[in-house]
Design a protein. Structure first.
Length: 248
């Protein structure tokens, strides 16, 4: 089993982006990278809570979480951003040469940008390898997608949806299909790479400033999310390694 550190009930992987990709390729299953805005969901979204606590690999994507853990608990954890993880994954020959990869995307613009980028960078990719997700409700159900994945049996499923939704969808797939693929819940990272989201330079990612660039680019959308992260210090102080209780 890989080395982990438990924060708020989640077993965060200890290591580097290359070693995290090694682990995902070896074990398959559900890979998640929660942002600092996602932790409050653990207290009120039971399905999300189950998906996160039962994920096969949890990446410490949130720089805010890593900094708070160091300041409040005096323990170090190496941050692995979803962007660094995705770039490492895209460079692996095992992934690049897998023609069965399924890309789950939020809209047609994302599909067009993703297809263009992948084809320009040597991936044998067509529109048949994409799936545009519908607008899911709180329960996240998709019989059409389940049937498609069950019949095509992709080696990898890349889910590029919003946090809180993609993890529940990935968990749904893992629990209801077989043999299980590697399910990479990488959120906006794909958009940063392919161009349907604001680009995040490597220096900004290293300095934990990706959230700030996204906030400046679209304050109306991201300001409420940023505010929800302000609950994180109190959660860490109160619960530390423990999983916060589920509120009714």
């Amino acid at each position: 089993m890989p080395a982990t550190q438990q924060i708020l009930g989640l077993e965060f992987f200890e290591g580097s982006a290359p070693s995290a990709v090694d682990e995902a390729l070896a074990r398959r299953g559900l890979v998640v990278a929660p942002s600092g805005t996602c932790f409050t969901r653990l207290q009120w979204d039971e399905v999300y809570r189950k998906a996160m606590t039962r994920a096969d690999l949890v990446l410490p994507d949130s720089g805010f979480t890593v900094l708070l853990w160091r300041l409040l608990r005096r323990r170090r954890l190496n941050r692995i951003s979803g962007l660094a993880y995705l770039k490492e994954l895209l460079g692996r020959s095992e992934f690049r040469e897998d023609r069965s990869v399924l890309w789950i995307l939020p809209n047609e613009e994302a599909q067009a940008k993703t297809l263009g980028w992948l084809q320009a960078h040597g991936f044998a990719m067509t529109a048949e390898g994409c799936y545009i997700a519908p607008m899911y409700g709180p329960r996240v159900e998709d019989p059409m997608l389940l049937e498609r994945v069950q019949s095509s049996q992709p080696g990898h499923v890349v889910i590029a949806l919003s946090g809180g939704v993609q993890e529940k969808l990935g968990f749904l797939l893992r629990e209801n299909i077989g043999p299980r693929p590697a399910i990479h819940c990488i959120g906006a990272a794909l958009g940063f790479v392919t161009g349907y989201q604001i680009a995040i330079p490597n220096w900004a990612d290293r300095l934990y400033l990706g959230w700030l660039l996204r906030l400046l680019a679209n304050p109306r959308r991201f300001f409420p999310r940023a505010m929800s992260a302000l609950a994180l210090p109190a959660l860490i102080l109160k619960y530390g390694e423990g999983l916060p209780p589920l509120k009714s």
